[in-house]
Design a protein around this ligand. Structure first.
Ligand code: FES
Length: 518
């Protein structure tokens, strides 16, 4: 088994039983904020364009690059799909043109003509764009775990699926915290230091648990080439910078007693079939070292090459083409009306502050969206260029984390503690997504989750994808239909008429009304 890095989390894995292309990312992402580091401009695209299988771990755009997939990857390729409750990833891949899919079940092995594949799928609303995953791949001789940037919980199961010759995982930041926050510089430094330590300590835990023979730092950090963001790069092993590079993590592993970390840069290959897993780089070792040791110089040259793409992206941002307040009101208010747990969780007002006294407030208490009057009655404030919000509206982005927030092109301020409901709201900007998140939160809560319906107490959340049946259910002739995807259930028995493997909990309110035991 031979692993070639194609940059960031991207891998081209050649085995005795076929090849797998994982998370190829080549085009700038998040409003041209993120670029692969080191650059993968020199990767031989022809060599990776016709894999047998494609694995896309999740929809974040440093993993899912629709333009690259559309232009460069054969649509005859079979896609390996994680076990996500919502089929957003499959839909996105079908849109790009893929037609062949293998649906996996969480952490269960699938045999594909000699290849063994298992995908661990994390599905909480906090996991990536409503789902993140890792790939176990074996060819009968060698096996690897490409954990990517996922945080799997089923460690016992993953160990059972091993042992692993190679473990690839993220160790660096992929978030806007704490850099965009309006904290004192001193506080920001302290939080950054803690974050940098925590993320490497977490990766170390996974390294020790998975116990692969060799560890390959992967999936980051990106680099930032726009002038506005260039300061985010870790240019001098800054202990408060959350984007340490792979050499820093390998050194950290060594300090912790693990000398099995190996560096990959784009086009490096690791031959897992040979003792010692030799890594070959596309450049002499000295030049590879210089990428990291003289990073500022390297990034400045990279920036000069990519500046036209950054300029084009910035020039494309729409200005004054939509009425932002009206559009957000019409879009968000119906979602807020359904988002009981989110609204209670946020319990405040969020200001989108466009500067010069202009802004829009999203009021999670009153479930309303309205123009800002310039006052300071808000609990959360996001200061940002209005054009970016316009861009989200024009494109109809259903997940603003995956476009706007990961861009780091905003400033955040809050009165009080961090509240994960705030950001989660921005990744659930459709009815389907909001219902999924609400259902997930409801399952975690201890609230009674039954409601009265036509003489029965009925489970409030749809057994399909957790829609709130007090809002989406309607009953006709004793059959409850969930309007979100049309699944149907008999009230008397709870039997699902749409699928064999689901059931709706129901119980008659009137004890005289005996249920047919059969
Ligand atoms: S959530 Fe899909 S049918 Fe109810």
């Amino acid at each position: 088994m031979r692993v070639t890095s194609v940059g960031h989390a991207g891998l081209f894995i050649e085995t005795r039983h076929g090849s797998v292309l994982c998370d190829p990312w080549f085009n700038e992402a998040f409003f041209a904020s993120w670029f692969p580091f080191p650059s993968n401009e020199e990767v031989d695209l022809d060599a990776i364009s016709s894999p047998d299988y494609l694995y896309l771990s999740h929809l974040h755009h440093d993993h899912f690059d629709p333009r690259f997939l559309r232009e460069h990857v054969s649509k005859e390729t079979t896609v390996l799909l994680p076990d996500y409750p919502l089929d957003l990833l499959e839909r996105a891949l079908r849109d790009v043109g893929f037609k062949h899919f293998v649906q996996t079940t969480n952490c269960e092995l699938v045999e594909l003509d000699g290849l063994s594949v298992a995908i661990s799928a994390a599905v909480a609303p906090t996991d990536g764009p409503l789902g993140d995953s890792g790939l176990v791949l074996g060819d009968g001789e060698r096996r690897l775990f490409n954990q990517n940037d996922s945080r799997p919980l089923e460690l016992d199961r993953l160990r059972e699926l091993g042992p692993y010759d190679a473990h690839l995982l993220q160790f660096s930041g992929a978030i806007w915290y704490p850099m965009v926050y309006r904290f004192s510089e001193q506080r920001k430094q302290a939080l950054g230091r803690k974050k940098r330590e925590n993320q490497m300590a977490r990766a170390l835990r996974y390294v020790e648990q998975i116990d692969g023979d060799y560890v390959f730092p992967s999936a980051g950090p990106p680099c930032f080439l726009d002038d506005d963001l260039f300061h985010l790069n870790d240019l001098g092993d800054d202990p408060a910078n959350i984007f340490p590079d792979a050499t820093v993590f390998i050194e950290y592993l060594e300090e912790q007693g693990h000398d099995n970390g190996r560096l990959l840069i784009p086009s490096s290959t690791a031959d897992l079939a040979r003792d010692g897993v030799p890594v070959e780089h596309p450049l002499p070792d000295e030049e590879v070292a210089q990428i990291f040791e003289r990073k500022r110089e390297y990034l400045e040259a990279y920036k000069a090459r990519r500046q036209p793409a950054i300029d084009a992206e910035r020039a494309s941002w729409p200005r004054g083409v939509v009425d932002v307040e009206k559009e957000l009101r019409e879009w968000f208010e119906p979602l807020l009306a359904q988002a009981d747990m989110t609204c209670v969780g946020v319990n405040g007002r969020l200001l989108l502050d466009f500067g010069e006294g202009e802004g829009v407030k999203i009021d999670f208490e009153q479930r309303r969206v309205y123009a800002w009057d310039g006052g300071d009655e808000w609990e959360y404030r996001l200061g940002l260029d209005k054009a970016l919000v316009e861009a989200c509206i024009v494109a109809g982005y259903e997940d603003w984390i995956n476009e706007l927030f990961l861009s780091c092109r905003f400033e955040a301020e809050r009165k009080g503690a961090y509240n994960e409901y705030v950001y989660n709201f921005f990744k659930t900007l459709t009815e389907e997504r909001v219902q999924y998140a609400e259902g997930y939160y409801a399952e975690q809560s201890h609230e009674e989750q039954l409601f009265e319906c036509e003489g029965y107490l009925v489970q409030r959340r749809c057994p399909h994808l957790k829609a709130d049946l007090t809002r989406f259910g309607s009953v006709e002739d004793g059959v409850l239909t969930c309007a979100l995807h049309g699944w149907q259930f008999e009230l008397e028995t709870g039997r699902c008429l749409t699928s064999d493997d689901r059931r709706l909990y129901t119980e008659p309110i009137d004890p005289e009304r005996k249920r047919d035991a059969a």
